[in-house]
Design a binder for this molecule. Structure first.
Ligand code: NAD
Length: 287
């Protein structure tokens, strides 16, 4: 018997509201005689999942009235060739946001590419300068999925100050930045990873639990504190079905709030990519 009515977050609904807001902002800018913002997406290789992600990103741009361009490069592309394209996009004043889709082929270092993207156009916020600014609390561009998590917590008025937030996963794209954002909003943050001892007990003490390990259904119902806000970032495919890091059915009735695998964090990530592009545009043009 469950004793809690768990709120299941509708990430798509929130994403659509935020996209409508951005659409109005862009309409106002174009009415005032400015061009719309532009996001350039670069894909190296033929990964079908990446292809589908970038299509989604283009559709999302079109929906808010932003421009987008895609650069599809063959798997055989060298690091030098990709750096040349990044350099060209950096210097093109009509480009406001640059996103190089990960994963990259083995011959190309994602760190080298992240360093090459102009920090002012760094829509995915992977350039070390933006990462450093995030640590200092002065970042204008922050990694999209962590921003999406924070927007969901804000929308649902989850109290962050003083809360114990547990983050599973310490990647540069999710775990580390989300832990910094939570700490900046005065949570007490515990970061967990594959070597953490007694992970279940640590999770049980979380008021806010962010699961970003990519390990399907690893968080069991009895790992969750009653009423906790559970942000399930993980996405894995099991038997042709998308599943999160949290055992969703077991968490229902225990968590106060939970994001589902579909219509959860995913739409918010794309929305924050659009937000970063628009912010980059406004800041570059000093509007
Ligand atoms: P990653 O593989 O770079 O990092 C995973 C982290 O989890 C590592 O720090 C690792 O130590 C930790 N980890 C792995 N297994 C663990 C375990 N059993 N116990 C404790 N810690 C464990 O992954 P990532 O890029 O951060 O992505 C994490 C997950 O989030 C993936 O499933 C990815 O697909 C998903 N993701 C979703 C979105 C979205 O928009 N929904 C965006 C980014 C990532």
């Amino acid at each position: 018997m469950s004793d809690i009515e768990t709120i299941v977050v509708d990430g798509l609904e929130l994403a659509n509201e935020l996209r409508d807001e951005m659409k109005r902002e862009i309409e106002a800018l174009t009415k005032a005689g400015h061009r719309p913002p532009q996001l350039s997406v670069v894909l190296v290789g033929d990964d079908p999942a990446s292809r589908s992600y970038i299509k989604g990103k283009q559709r999302a741009c079109a929906r808010i009235g932003a421009e987008s361009a895609e650069y599809l490069l063959p798997e055989s592309t060298t690091e030098r060739e990709l750096l040349d394209l990044v350099d060209k996009l950096n210097r093109d004043d009509a480009v406001d946001g640059i996103l190089v889709q990960l994963p990259l082929p083995k011959a190309i270092s994602p760190e080298v590419i992240a360093e090459a993207v102009d920090p002012a156009k760094d829509a995915d916020a992977l350039n070390p300068l933006n990462f450093g600014r995030l640590l200092l609390g002065t970042a204008k561009l922050v990694s999209c999925t962590p921003l999406g998590v924070m927007a969901i917590l804000a929308r649902h008025k989850i109290e962050i100050a003083g809360a114990h937030a547990v983050v599973i996963g310490r990647s540069n794209i999710v775990g580390k930045p989300v832990s910094i954002l939570l700490q900046q909003q005065n949570a007490t943050v515990t970061m967990c990873h594959s070597r953490t001892r007694d992970l279940d007990a640590v999770c049980r003490s979380a008021d806010i639990l962010v699961a970003a390990a990519g390990s399907p259904r690893m968080v069991k119902g009895d790992w969750i504190k009653s009423g906790a806000a559970v942000m399930d970032v993980g996405v894995s495919e099991v038997d042709g079905k998308l599943v999160g890091d949290v055992d969703f059915e077991a968490a229902r009735g225990v968590a106060g709030l939970i994001t589902p695998s579909r219509r959860g964090i995913g739409p918010m990530t794309i929305t924050m990519l659009l937000r970063n592009t628009l912010n980059a545009y406004v800041s570059r043009k000093r509007l």
